[in-house]
Design a protein around this ligand. Structure first.
Ligand code: SF4
Length: 413
């Protein structure tokens, strides 16, 4: 089979894996051509906001397993392809030298067995690093069930590794992917986290210690293929962050690609995926707890973002006086993010802030105005809107439902 055809098949098979936002990279020599029209090249954003192009492919899509939700499962009649190590190395180097890509995101279906598959991925990364002197980014997928020694080796060639948890509970795994077992997923998560922390600690004491997966590890959870609630998914994500020091948990709305009576007939809404990302961000960066976001419900509200929802359900917390609020209070205000809160604290050192100052700082007053006062005053520039939102925070519970429904109307939800 022609290499172009293999690339077409194996990049198309890889598009369902979302756990690939890179951490950092030093690549400066980026060609300005738009490489998105080349099969397999995806743009992604790093944790520092830089845009990266990655060649995102599977080594093979000829899977021996038959996970119900997966396009590559063995019972599907789809075009199959497998790269050779040399083919994939040459392809990567070719794109890299032309400036099309900053790195490689490499995963694979399970061919022959987990060890054999993992060896192929390692061989690609090893050849790129040791023979081709490839300095780009490498994200390697760890194949559940692969031997510990192979997992360790993978982490020394890759910038980042990931093990896909995919299904949120052992029961769901048994239902939809009975050939995998929870242990084979958990073991590499534990090992990768241990090796990463261990090598970081050694590097502080000794020179030339190679860090295992320097950009840490990530995972992906499929949302909506099984019945777990958002709360259950967020509790799991929280546990993964804490126990295995994951850099990111990626949420992937279930896409109905197979007909199978164990699966929902239609795809999960992308809005649910977005709400989970928002909740994840609030927990990681805004000091919210899972319990706070799910006080009254098991699922996030699809109509409104979780921060605004929390604010609307906690009128006792508002309005917040901008000139007195702590950092933790400021970041709970809808429309005020981490950067804005820091700017407010800095500007406040010079003089008390009014609404014009907030606008200059770049605060989204459209959203924040209902939750704040400046020098004891509410915002009243927009006379048309104010009567609708003249919520009396001292009369909390009585007016809350009206206020809440008005807010939903305002945000066109
Ligand atoms: S192991 Fe399961 S999820 Fe992975 S490629 Fe094979 S069938 Fe798909």
């Amino acid at each position: 089979m022609e290499i172009e055809r293999k690339l077409e098949i194996l990049s198309s098979s890889a598009k369902f894996d979302v756990a690939c936002s890179p951490g950092t990279s030093d690549r400066k020599n980026k060609n300005v051509i738009d490489s998105t029209n080349i099969a397999g090249i995806y743009h992604s954003w790093s944790s520092t906001g830089k845009c990266f192009s990655l060649l995102k492919v599977l080594f093979s899509n000829a899977c021996i397993y038959n996970c119900a939700y997966c396009i590559n499962r063995r019972s599907n009649n789809i075009p199959r392809a497998t790269f050779t190590v040399n083919e994939l190395v040459n392809l990567t180097m070719n794109f890299y030298k032309k400036g099309y890509i900053d790195g490689l995101f490499l995963s694979s279906a399970v061919i022959k067995n987990p060890d054999f598959t993992m060896e192929q991925l390692i061989n690609v990364a090893k050849k790129l690093r040791m023979e081709e002197n490839f300095k780009g980014y490498i994200h390697l997928k760890i194949i559940p069930g692969a031997d510990e020694k192979l997992v360790e080796e993978a982490g020394f060639y890759a910038n980042r590794v990931s093990v896909n948890v995919e299904l949120p509970t052992a029961k769901s795994l048994k239902l939809l992917a009975p050939e995998k077992n929870p242990d084979s997923i958990q073991k590499p998560l534990i090992l990768s986290s241990k090796k990463h922390l261990e090598t970081i600690s050694h590097a502080k004491k000794f020179k030339h210690v190679k860090i295992f997966s320097p950009d840490g590890q990530t995972t992906q959870l499929i949302v909506g293929a099984t019945s777990e609630s958002d709360k259950k998914i967020m509790l799991l994500a929280n546990k993964l962050y804490k126990n295995y020091k994951l850099k990111r948990v990626y949420y992937s709305a279930y896409i109905a690609v197979n007909k199978d009576k164990r699966l929902p007939p239609t795809s999960e809404s992308i809005t649910r995926e977005n709400r989970l990302y928002q909740a994840d961000f609030l927990i990681r960066k805004y000091n919210f707890t899972v319990e706070e976001l799910f006080e009254k419900t098991e699922n996030l509200d699809l109509r409104i973002d979780p921060k605004t929802k929390w604010a609307l359900e906690h009128p006792e917390f508002f309005p917040i006086e901008i000139n007195k609020a702590s950092y933790d209070e400021l970041i709970r205000i809808p429309g005020i993010g981490i950067k804005s809160a820091k700017k407010i604290l800095l500007a406040r050192k010079v003089h008390a802030l009014n609404f014009d100052d907030l606008k200059k700082i770049g605060i989204a007053l459209k959203r924040a105005q209902y939750f704040i006062t400046c020098n004891g005053k509410k915002y009243n520039k927009n006379k048309d809107l104010m009567p609708l939102f003249s919520f009396d925070f001292t009369n909390k519970v009585k007016d809350f439902n009206t206020f809440y429904s008005h807010q939903l109307l305002f945000f066109n939800l």
